[in-house]
Write a protein that binds this ligand. Structure first.
Ligand SMILES: [Zn+2]
Length: 215
């Protein structure tokens, strides 16, 4: 099973990726993880990537694809792959298609976990975290007993910058701008499956499995 997972930040894509990796015993391939692995091992590809990252630049597609290739030819990818957070652009998607063709690998499905923006904003902007012990709270799903202070240690609850409504909205805007072309691209290939990402983790997982024909 070779899959690509798409989904906005906060859509629960990562959770589904974890469940699929357990179900199929296939690895999750994310560029973040691969870059970190190359950097920590000080490989040639890692050193190249680092020069861009140090300058705050995006790693060029050709280099990213080289890193992807290096990863997907490894033994643990023989039975399948879950791409998470890659490809991000049409250029990357085309390069991935070329690479898969070269390796005689077929991409089975592209799963798009769909959650309306308003729902994501509610999920993310409602989060707070204890400034003392780090316990997470949510103004709808896990409410503290005394407003603004931690049930465990009474420390102040704070909102992470990443969870602020404006930040979430900005990230969603960028996500949609980047991802819509990919959705169209894979839809045209007949590989796109849209999954309703509202509901419990297990009910969403059931939808994913049905879409993959394993339930
Ligand atoms: Zn606390």
């Amino acid at each position: 099973m070779r899959l690509i997972l798409l989904g906005a930040p906060g859509a629960g894509k990562g959770t589904q990726a974890e469940m699929l990796t357990e179900l199929f015993h296939i690895p999750i391939i994310s560029t973040g993880n691969m870059f970190r692995a190359h950097l920590s091992q000080g490989t040639e590809l890692g050193i190249k990537a680092k020069t861009y990252m140090d300058e705050g630049k995006l790693v060029p597609d050709e280099l990213t694809i080289e890193i992807v290739k290096d990863r997907i030819v490894k033994d643990d990818c023989k039975n399948g792959i879950i791409f998470d957070g890659f490809p991000r652009t049409i250029a990357q998607a085309q390069a991935l298609d070329d690479l898969l063709k070269e390796l005689d690998i077929t991409l089975d499905k592209v799963i798009d976990v769909e959650v309306p923006d308003e729902e994501i904003v509610t999920r993310m902007s409602g989060r707070t975290v204890c400034s003392g012990c780090g316990t997470p709270y949510h103004n709808q799903f896990k409410i503290e007993k005394v407003k603004g202070s931690c049930d465990n240690c009474n420390s102040e609850l704070v909102q992470r910058d990443d969870d602020k409504e404006e930040t979430v909205k900005k990230r969603l805007k960028i996500y949609h701008e980047q991802t819509q072309p990919l959705i169209d691209y894979y839809n045209a290939q007949g590989k796109l499956v849209e999954i309703d990402g509202i509901g419990s983790v297990s009910s969403i997982n059931l939808r994913v499995k049905k879409a993959l024909g394993v339930e």
